[in-house]
Every structure is written in C-alpha cells, then in structure tokens.
Design a protein around this ligand. Sequence first.
Ligand code: C2E
Ligand code: CA
Ligand code: CA
Ligand code: CA
Length: 276
Amino acid sequence: AARLGGGPVRCYEPSMGERADRRLALIRGFADAIADGSLTVHYQPTVSLEARTVLGVEALARWDHPELGALLPDEFVPVLEATGQITGLTLFVLDEAVAAARRWLDRGLRLSVAVNVSAGALDDSFPPSVAEALARHGVPPELLTLEVTESGVSAEREHAMPALRRLSVMGCRLAVDDFGTGQSSLAHLRRLPVDQVKIDKSFVLGMGTEAGDAAVVRAIVEMGHTLGLTVVAEGVEDGAVRVALAEMGCDVAQGYLVSRPLSAGHLDQWLDSLVR
Ligand code: C2E
Ligand code: CA
Ligand code: CA
Ligand code: CA
C-alpha cells in the first residue's frame, strides 16, 4: 500500500487476494449493475478526415461500481468474457446504442453507432438479437457497425463466421478493431464480410515520434483501400497526426483531439455546439 513520509512513495499495488476480491465483486455485481443504472454507455464521435463532418459514434461501456468506484472496460470486460456474462453486457450496450441512434434520427441526425462485440458473444443467437433491437427501435441496419477485434476474427475463430456473415447479410456494417496487433493475413481478411479496418491506437499514437509506426499506418491505409475498405484511425490526439493521416488518405479519425468519450447528455451538448 502507499505510504507517506519517510522513504519513497510507493505506488499502490493490489495483492493477489485483493485482486480476487475485486473480481468476485464484478462477477456478483454485474446483474445488479444493469438494473440499478451503474452500468452506462459513453459515446465517442468519429469524423471524416476529408469532409471534417461527424459520421457517427462508438459506444463504450462504463461501470460506476457502488464500492469500487468508476471502472473502465479493460478491467471488467475480460472478467465478463471469462464468466460468460459478456453477452449480457453486449446486449445492454447494443440496446442503448440503437436507442440513441433512434433519438438522433428523430432530431434529423443520421449518425452511425458502433458496438464492440467480443468473439465469445458471436454465436448463432446474436444476429437475431441484433435484428430484434433494430426493429424495436426502428433503426436501419446500415447505421449499426459491429466492431470485432482482429484476434476475434482470426482463422482460429471459425465459430464466429456464420454470425458475421448473417450480420453482413442483414445489412449491418462490420469493422475489424485493433488492426495491426494480431496476425490476420491479407488473404484471411478478404474472406470476411468486413467493411472497415480500425488501425490500433498504439500505431497512431506513435506516428509523430516513431517512423516505423507511421510506415505501418501508411501500409494499412493502402492495404485497406486495395481491399475496398473504409480505414479508421483511433487514438488521434494531436493535430499534426490528423494532418498526416489526411495526407495518407485515411478516411476516418477518432480520438481525444476530436472528443473524449462522452455521456449521452454531454454528447448531445457537443453535437449542439457543432450545429450552431
Ligand atoms: P477499443 O474498442 O479499442 O476502444 C477505444 C479505446 O480507446 C477506448 O477506451 C477509448 O476511450 C480510447 N481512446 C479513444 N480515443 C483515444 C485517444 O485519443 N487516446 C487514447 N490514449 N485513448 C483513446 P475504453 O473506453 O477504456 O475501452 C477500452 C476497450 O474496452 C475498448 O477498446 C474495447 O475493446 C473494450 N470495450 C469497451 N466497451 C465495450 C463493450 O461494450 N463490449 C466489449 N466487448 N468490449 C468493450
Ligand atoms: Ca472498438
Ligand atoms: Ca480499437
Ligand atoms: Ca483496444
């Protein structure tokens, strides 16, 4: 634990027992979190690098745990994936995101919404759940993008293919997330019904300082366009990187430079500030 005074201040590092306790608190608290409103969805805008218009938002889960405080998905998503509770999270975020898309349509804003889907949630029951949510809220399927990580669609994950094909036939858009971090080959990507690649933010964040990262980004943009895909760069934090991406022909930017992920209410304010 952290100490003050005397020697050097040590960072707080939870013991193995404390980590196991946190894990249990997440597993046990998840069902209540949806019911009591401590699980919410934040939205981060994506913008066109050419036209500089807002194209849509990515839905990102947030959990304000009654005892543990504000939690980020990097902590709770792996736990929920391990327990099989990830489908519950995915369906909750999907419903919130599609409902939000409907509200924006009602205000005359045609924004697409992207939802992250773990490979474990991509079973045969998922496409019908998506169809049901879209129909219930009256949202056209082409406004929904499903983001699956590169490792989630790798050749070893054949089980996800039928669901991905079904979603594509329904008219939903598919994005390969965290691209560049896995080992999916060009040949494999061509076999998938994918519309978008999202370049992993680690490469985009390094573009300004690492020549190698800029080269990787350029190669992904070119490869993506060769395959007829829309290329998205995430983790765009500074203006010089944005300019470099636009020069490379990258299509879409997402990152703190444009906006942090915002609650639905704050996103509405942000959108209002653009319209005026
Ligand atoms: P991701 O899908 O790669 O989402 C992008 C992450 O990058 C988000 O972190 C976002 O807040 C962060 N980010 C956005 N712009 C910038 C930037 O300019 N600089 C930096 N340094 N970071 C930026 P977040 O919200 O903590 O989510 C982390 C990951 O958790 C997501 O990565 C996604 O894989 C997963 N996740 C989030 N929500 C869900 C969900 O509902 N279901 C599933 N299965 N996974 C989710
Ligand atoms: Ca994502
Ligand atoms: Ca990503
Ligand atoms: Ca990520």
